[in-house]
Design a protein around this ligand. Sequence first.
Ligand code: NAD
Length: 362
Amino acid sequence: MIDSFVHDVPACRVVFGAGSLDQVESEVARLGGERVMLVAGGPEAALAQPLERMLDGKIVARFADVTMHVPVDVASAAEVLARANDVDLLLSFGGGSATGTAKAVALGTGLPILAVPTTYAGSEMTSIWGLTEGQRKTTGRDPRVLPKTVVYDPELTVGLPADLSAASGMNAMAHLVEALYDPAVSPVSFLQAEEGVRALASALPRVVADPGDLSARGEALYGAWLAGWALGTTGMGVHHKICHVLGGAYNLPHAPMHSAVLSHATAFNEDHAPRAMEAIRRALGSAGIDAPSAAAGIYNLETIIGAPTALAEVGMNREDLDEAARLVVEARPTNPRPVDMDGVRALLLAAYEGTLPRVAAV
Ligand code: NAD
C-alpha cells in the first residue's frame, strides 16, 4: 500500500558533469547576472580563479572571509559589500560555509544565488539558512535562499583531501539516512535517498584510495546531490538535532561530527524504522558493504574510509555529555523512536566512545 504523502520539490536547476565549470558563464547569463559577487574563501578562492577570466569583468565584488556556521558579523559584512557594489547575482563557490554565506546575503537582500559546491555538504540544494551569534546557532527555511542554479563539477573536488572527503561524504550520508525514516518521506524521495546511500557507499572508498579518481569523484558528488536534495525536501530527526546542538554549543567541526554521530543515531532508531533500515542495508550491500544491521554497515563504511566514528576524536568533552543530552531532549526532535533523556544520554556516550553499534535482531 502507498501511504499518503506530499511531494514538494522547489525548482532548482542542476548542471552536472566533469568540466561543467565552463558552463558557469552561460548559467550566469541565463540568470541575467551582470554584476556578480563571488563568495569564495580558503583554498576554494584559488580554485575559483578561472571564473575571473570567464566572466570577463562581471565580477564586481569578492567576499573571501568565509567562516564556518556564518557568524552574524560575517553575514552583515558580506551583505554590506553586495549592497555597496549594486550586485545582482551571488556566485557561491566552495563548501557549505561559502554557500551558507551567500544564503545569508540572499536572506537579507533577496538576491539570487548560483552555487558551485566543492564538498559533499549539500547546502546548495536546500532553502535552509543558518547563522551563529556567540554560542547560539539559529536556522530556518526561506525559499529566497535556495540557489536558482547549481553547477556540480567533480573536477573541483579532486583537491579535497581524503580525510575531508570521507567526513563530508558521511555528512551527506546522514541527510540520506534521516530522509529515509522521515515520517513524511514521499515514495520518490525514498527511492532517491536509497540511491544516494548506494552511490556514496560505492564511491567513498574509491575516493579515499585515490582522491584523483574522477569517476569515483563523480559518483560521490552525484550521491551528495541526492543527499542535499533529501535534506531540502524532507524533515530530519535525532541525528541532525544532536549535530545542531553539538555544533552550536561546543563548536565541533561540522562534517567530522556528523560522521562520529551517524552510526550511533542509526542504531538508536534501528528497531523503530524497519523499512528505512532495510533500504540502508540493501544500498550498502549493493555497494559491497555487507553488515548485519544498517548501523553496523555505516560504521564499517566509516572504518574503511577512515572517517571519524567517535566524538572523542573530534573534540567533544566527556563532561559535556549530560548537558548536551538535555539540550537535545529540550529541542524535541521529530524522530521514529521517542527521544528521552536516558536514550539520548546512552546514544551520546556510545558516540563519544565510538563503540561498534549493537547489532539489531534481524
Ligand atoms: P566548509 O565549507 O567549511 O569546508 C570544509 C573545509 O574544506 C574548509 O577548510 C574549506 O576551505 C575546504 N574545502 C572545501 N572545498 C575544497 C576543495 N575542493 N579542495 C580543498 N579544500 C576544500 O565545510 P562543509 O562541511 O562543506 O560545510 C559545513 C557548513 O555548511 C556548516 O556551517 C553547516 O552548518 C553548513 N551546512 C548547511 C546546510 C544547509 O542546508 N543549510 C547543509 C549542510 C551543511
